[in-house]
Ligand binder design. Sequence first.
Ligand code: AMP
Length: 283
Amino acid sequence: MKTIELTREMQKYSDSSRSKGKKIAFVPTMGYFHEGHIELMRQAKKMADCVVVSIYVNPTQFGPKEDLSRYPRDFDRDSERAKEVGVDVIFYPSNKEMYPEGYQTYVNVEDVTKNLCGLSRPGHFCGVTTVCAKLFNIVKPHIAVFGKKDYQQYVTIKRMVADLNMDLEIIGLPTVREADGLAMSSRNVYLKENERPSALTLIDSLRLAQKLYDQGERKASTIISQVEKFISQSPYTDIDYVKICDPETMRDIEKIRDSALIALAVKVAQTRLIDNHAFGELI
Ligand code: AMP
């Protein structure tokens, strides 16, 4: 496995792989790997001849009061794990490499970023789409693999790729969970032992929502208020949002007709966690 830090070198590697007819799969990450990341790499490996994983904690997607400086990092451990899965290249650029002096270009996807995390994290999705557009130009993949745990991110990237005629396919894979149901996240390391039961209210409340749906409830506001009540009963929880929306437009819906996504963001003590569930699917 190679580690590449320079954009020019990464582009050359990809040009050379492409000229040999190899299919390149790309997994963008911020590192501090857990099983969710590893699963994306395993699936990417099955879909292509060459797997490139980027590790880059992208400053433009963090708000000024967010956890950029304390975001967990462990390059050596990440590198070992990627090697075990058979990753071909880790792209590991510096901030200077990604945003050199004079940098001033940003990609903004409009409607699908307005709701959910877009409401509470202004500028976040612009940072995400900008860095992904740059990474796609650097890695030149045929396919890029994303987790549906960050569902709005997945939809936003798909929109950007379609709207800007980017020549790659975006694949979305299901959320990988801990044995107790907690969605895996690099941020789970922030959780103290006594906060973990409160973190489980996210998945438990999604299960409650599915139960209400199974009983025939289709009114979004009824499901949302039950979910909010359930989460609020646990200590340390501070709900950012609970929303039921159209899984393509990300707009709120009042009555669940065909497909619908319930998405939530909850602060558990100091840790902001997100999760989601599509009605009709198994959790
Ligand atoms: P991150 O390093 O958190 O930016 O995540 C990198 C990629 O891994 C994104 O596509 C995420 O959606 C995906 N991912 C993060 N957590 C999970 C999970 N628990 N299951 C599946 N994919 C995940």
